[in-house]
Design a protein around this ligand. Sequence first.
Ligand SMILES: [Zn+2]
Length: 260
Amino acid sequence: MIDTHCHLTDRRFDEDRERVLDRARHAGVTHFIEIAYAPGILPRAQAFAAEHPAVFLCPGVHPSESAKVPLSWIETLRAEARHPRVVALGETGLDFYRDYAPRADQERWFRAQLGLADELGLPVVIHQRSALAETFAILEELRPQAGGVLHCFDDGPEAVERARALGFRLGIGGCLTYGHGPLEEAVKVAPAGMLVLETDSPWLEPEPRSLRRNEPGLLTRVLLRLCELRGWTPEEADRITTANAKDLFRLPIVPAGGGS
Ligand SMILES: [Zn+2]
């Protein structure tokens, strides 16, 4: 499996980061996309990736960070995004759930990152919360050429159809185990090629939420729920979602047995 969205440089992993990676490997998670969503996180993420060949990078400015980061930082992002381990930009988008940042700042950074993604030929990782209509409106206006993923997807079949029309994938994580009806329906009807797995570690632990922290090794809980909904075996679910992730992020991964 590939965890297409995690934050393993988060402080909550400072005590046991290597053990977390060991548990992930034992659970069958071979690669990780580390989301460096603010300028202050990027150096840590780059150092982490330098130590771990199985870690890819996705640098960007999270909507909640957008008021703190001057738009001129896009020059740094452009330069850093040329690093060979960078596979996408983000997470970017709109978050109207809480007022972390004025909407104008969020939209400015969202549009800037979509433009940069097209310039660099990279897909985008989209974060949206309580802003689905506004997020789709901008994506449908700018139509990112290399596609992307609606991270932490938690919506219904209509959103699947709009994402499909954009050539986007759906990031399926812990939410799938929370009993959300529209999401379960969406995952049943979505084309198999749209589904990629993610944890958003350390957030969104899949049920049973007993550890109070998510980690990539818990992706098996999501995989098994996906199997129940799709009627897939774990091997099928792994093969399909891994192929989708490799395709979207154009991951330079050698077939089983090689790599990290
Ligand atoms: Zn995230």
